[in-house]
Design a protein around this ligand. Structure first.
Ligand code: ZN
Length: 281
């Protein structure tokens, strides 16, 4: 009630009057919602359920049992094989991202318990150069899968990415083959891989490990695809169907298995892992 009164105030709707960091406007329902409530509901809108972007550390905390997370390869950082410069040199861009996001690259990997079951988990972070996949992301995924094979663990990867990282050129594209080959070895060891697609999962990531899950789960209304809809439309010169490249469209057309709200994701993952009977007791 207090919140309602505060929100109504004197009828002011000027977003400039909203104190910084306390309220956010939901892009889906346009309600101004209390940021703490959004955080409590795992970065979803308490009014309409819209899924906001979720940084990797919060995602891990939302899935892994408290006190059981052991990160792997946290110190891996990118080289600059192409001496790439766009608006700034690539090493400078990476250094700025590391300082800003407090991560060394766009993916965090490790092991922990999910509802008491040991899993190998990798989580991408869109804040770090658009969650782009360079050599560090690919290497961390490959190492995680190899550790999972050694220890007989299922693998879960939560993706969010604009695709391969342009600044590492062909080195980024090679990660598609490397991660796919590692997943083939996981499959040969008869260990399951569950891929979680979150908004957005695109391009080289979608065209490699993100679409190779034994079970593929997406969050609601995520953008999922290879090339963006505008480029496709211009290339094939045809109108695209309604809802093209959303979780719901992919589900209806058999590309993904489940759409699960983030609030239910941990329970659903526990159920799927139990069903697959893949966890060490
Ligand atoms: Zn909303």
């Amino acid at each position: 009630m207090v919140l309602d009164r505060l929100r109504r105030g004197s009828g002011r709707r000027d977003p400039k009057k909203i104190p910084d960091g306390l309220w956010i406007k939901c892009p889906s329902c346009s309600e101004t919602v209390f940021k703490r409530l959004v955080e409590e509901q795992l970065e979803t809108c308490p009014n309409c359920g819209h899924h906001f972007p979720m940084p990797a550390p919060q995602r891990i905390a939302s899935l892994i049992d408290e006190g059981t997370w052991q990160e792997m390869d946290a110190d891996l950082t990118s080289a600059d094989p192409l001496s790439f410069v766009d608006r700034k040199p690539y090493p400078e861009r990476v250094a700025q991202m590391r300082a800003k996001v407090q991560l060394n690259d766009a993916l965090v990997s490790g092991q922990g318990l999910l509802a008491g079951r040991p899993i190998a988990l990798a989580v991408m972070d869109f804040r770090f150069i658009g969650g782009s996949m360079g050599s560090v992301v690919g290497e961390k995924i490959a190492r995680l899968i190899e550790a999972a094979i050694d220890q007989g663990l299922p693998v879960v990867i939560v993706s969010t990415s604009g695709g391969a990282r342009m600044m590492e050129g062909i080195m980024s594209l090679m990660q598609m083959a490397k991660t796919s080959a590692a997943l083939a070895r996981l499959a040969a060891a008869r260990l399951p891989y569950i891929s979680i697609l979150t908004n957005p999962t695109m391009a080289g990531v979608m065209a490699s490990y993100a679409s190779l899950g034994d079970v593929i789960i997406a969050e609601p209304k995520a953008l999922i695809g290879f090339t963006g809809p505008r480029v496709i439309k211009e290339t094939i010169k045809q109108e695209l169907p309604e809802g093209f490249q959303t979780s719901e469209f992919c589900y209806e057309h058999g590309q993904i298995d489940l759409i699960v709200s983030r609030r239910e994701l941990k329970d659903e993952l526990a159920r799927v892992l139990a069903y697959l009977g893949a966890c060490k007791e």
